[in-house]
Design a protein around this ligand. Sequence first.
Ligand SMILES: C[S@@+](CC[C@H](N)C(=O)[O-])C[C@H]1O[C@@H](n2cnc3c(N)ncnc32)[C@H](O)[C@@H]1O
Length: 262
Amino acid sequence: MNKETLIQKIKEKKELSGLDDSVILEVLEKAVSQSKVNLQTAKKAEIKDLIKKSRAELRKFSGRFTSSFEERLSLLKENKIQELIKTHSSTRERLDFYPTLNNLIKNLRIKSILDLGCGLNPIAIAFENPRIEYYPCDINNNDLKIVKEFFKKENISGKVFFYDLRKKDQKLPKVDLCLIMKVFDVVEQQGHKLAERIINSVNAKYFLISFSTKTLSGKPMNHPQRGWIERLLSRLGYNFQIINHKNEIFYLASKTKESVSL
Ligand SMILES: C[S@@+](CC[C@H](N)C(=O)[O-])C[C@H]1O[C@@H](n2cnc3c(N)ncnc32)[C@H](O)[C@@H]1O
């Protein structure tokens, strides 16, 4: 079986269907080299195992959501924005935090946002702040397509683009605020070198970095604060404020000294 056919097979799962082929190929090649299988002569069971292993690895990157791409597109067309943003677990879980976030954006006089690993978050924010120049990126092409359609419909300026945070390929736009929400736990598999490189590669006045504070089984974490990000931000010369919200902890970081009222 060739790699292209395998990629399409892996993508048959709804939650993986939006992932970019380049991301799937990388994971698949790793699984092939680890299992030492020859794709040309592989038996059915070996192919099945490769697909299973690749999917398990890819699920770590993909968000959890309940609707297909087509269902989401219909919600957008019918202007059911609240329902649309509820189809992604991260935006759904912070629905009642958005008013605080929107206040923050207003108080800080934010004019431009870079949203790394954006999911559907740009829709929730740009809906209330349509004049902001917005740069959302992700490796999930389905999420990016929905965000792009929404931006077109609402005339939001900026650019929706594919960007793999593990690579150093593109220059990122300079912005007032960079959002990295519930992303570091997903992209960082070992240590925190990548988080440091990402923060250093962004030219933003403010960062808003968040983490889930529940375990995979849904229970509250015993130690929800991330000591490592606090130490990292301090070492890089950032001041930060912590904002706790139900199942999520936010770090608002900046090199300026001013403290922000929420
Ligand atoms: C838990 S979701 C959070 C989505 C959004 N930031 C939010 O909080 O609403 C994690 C997001 O990171 C994206 N992601 C995972 N690995 C990535 C990578 N290497 N580069 C860019 N985005 C990535 C996923 O596609 C997904 O949209």
